[in-house]
Design a binder for this molecule. Structure first.
Ligand code: FES
Length: 360
């Protein structure tokens, strides 16, 4: 009597133990055939290329000769922009190619290397018994077999290429930033309001048109979006996308209430100037601009997923998916009567990111 194949054991086990009847099973290409080997090589080639394209993205992101762009060029991509010199296109092309190739490889894998199979199982209530659960290990091994990984070692190795390349691409932004500028390890925590990044001087608040802001420019219950007046003149551009704040003049009673609440969040103590308060505009949920201020309730709404922050309670999130407060920018007046940031959000990081905590 001939020895049963692994598939026959699995089919028998699936039927007798799990009640799963594999009624039809046919490999797409004859196992071990020339056609199958050719398809395996093609998929492996695409996976390797995908990994290579992802590594090009990483290398370009970190080492492309990219210097700070001049104000006259703006931040947008324009062909021929002196600061770009192909930087943006090469990032887009390499990452796009990596994702396209891995997608295409998976598509061909599924279409050409997976068997045609029809399996039937009666629906039953409740979970599986412990004995059946033990069989899960075998089932998973079989799934791996069905994908052809057991007898297609080339694909196993080729899979490492996109995994490594795309993994590195995911890390390229935070790690690459530190490689590009190793003397500035706190770059991730610094915004345009940082006095250290502005020659030690406190940074003025300005409107988008670059005019500085005086306290009397904000009416009672009113608000202004303020940007840092950085030394390079790019405070209102994407270079400082993490810096915009909402400068609000609270009604006197509300301002008094907020002042009485500051000690509940000690980092905010002394952060107001009179009835004026400035909070980061970058939502701590997913980074949208939280700018819908409702004067009557003192709630600041983020339009993206409806998070609401209570301005008079140190911008505590009171509704929606955001779990962290909006950081307060400590403000005061400079010698000429303009509003300045005393410090860079007192070291509290803005927006959502790796420092995100589960609770405020
Ligand atoms: S980004 Fe603000 S609620 Fe999601």
């Amino acid at each position: 009597m001939s020895e049963k194949s692994r598939f026959e054991y699995v089919r028998e086990g699936a039927k007798t133990r799990d009640g799963v009847d594999i009624v039809y099973y046919e490999p797409n290409l004859p196992p071990g055939s020339k056609a199958e080997r050719r398809m395996v090589r093609l998929v492996a080639f695409m996976l390797l290329l995908s990994g290579l394209a992802a590594l090009i993205f990483v290398a370009a992101y970190i080492w492309w000769p990219f210097t700070d762009f001049p104000a006259t060029d703006g931040w947008e991509y324009k062909p021929g922009n002196s600061f770009m010199k192909g930087y943006t296109p090469i990032l887009g092309l390499s990452l796009g190619l990596a994702l396209f190739l891995i997608g295409f490889a998976v598509l061909i894998w599924g279409k050409k290397l997976m068997p045609h199979e029809i399996a039937l199982q009666d629906r039953h209530d409740g979970g599986s018994d412990p004995e059946e659960r033990k069989l899960t290990g075998n089932t998973l091994a079989f799934i791996g077999e069905e994908f052809g990984l057991g007898r297609r070692p080339l694909l196993k190795v080729a899979l490492l290429a996109p995994a490594a390349g795309l993994g590195a691409a995911a890390l390229a932004v935070p790690v690459g930033m530190l490689i590009k500028d190793p003397h500035n390890p706190d770059e991730l925590f610094r915004t345009g309001w940082s006095p250290e990044a502005n020659g030690g001087k406190m940074v003025r608040m300005m409107r988008e048109d670059m005019t500085p802001i005086r306290p009397e420019d904000v009416s009672i219950g009113g608000q202004i979006t303020a940007f840092p007046m950085t030394a390079d003149g790019l405070g209102a551009t994407n270079k400082y996308a993490d810096s915009p704040v909402l400068l609000i003049r609270l009604r006197p009673k509300d301002a008094e209430f907020l002042r009485s609440q500051l000690h509940h969040h000690p980092v905010n103590v002394g952060g107001m100037y009179g009835d004026l308060v400035a909070y980061s505009k970058i939502c701590t949920h997913a980074g949208c601009p939280a700018s819908l201020y409702e004067q009557q309730t003192n709630l600041l709404l983020c339009p993206c997923h409806q998070s609401q922050f209570k301005i008079t309670e140190n911008a505590r999130p009171v509704f929606g998916p955001a779990s962290r407060r909006l950081p307060m920018l400590p403000i005061e007046l400079d010698g000429e009567g303009y509003l300045v940031a005393r410090n860079d959000f007192n070291g509290v990081p803005v927006g959502p990111a790796f420092w995100e905590k589960p609770a405020a």
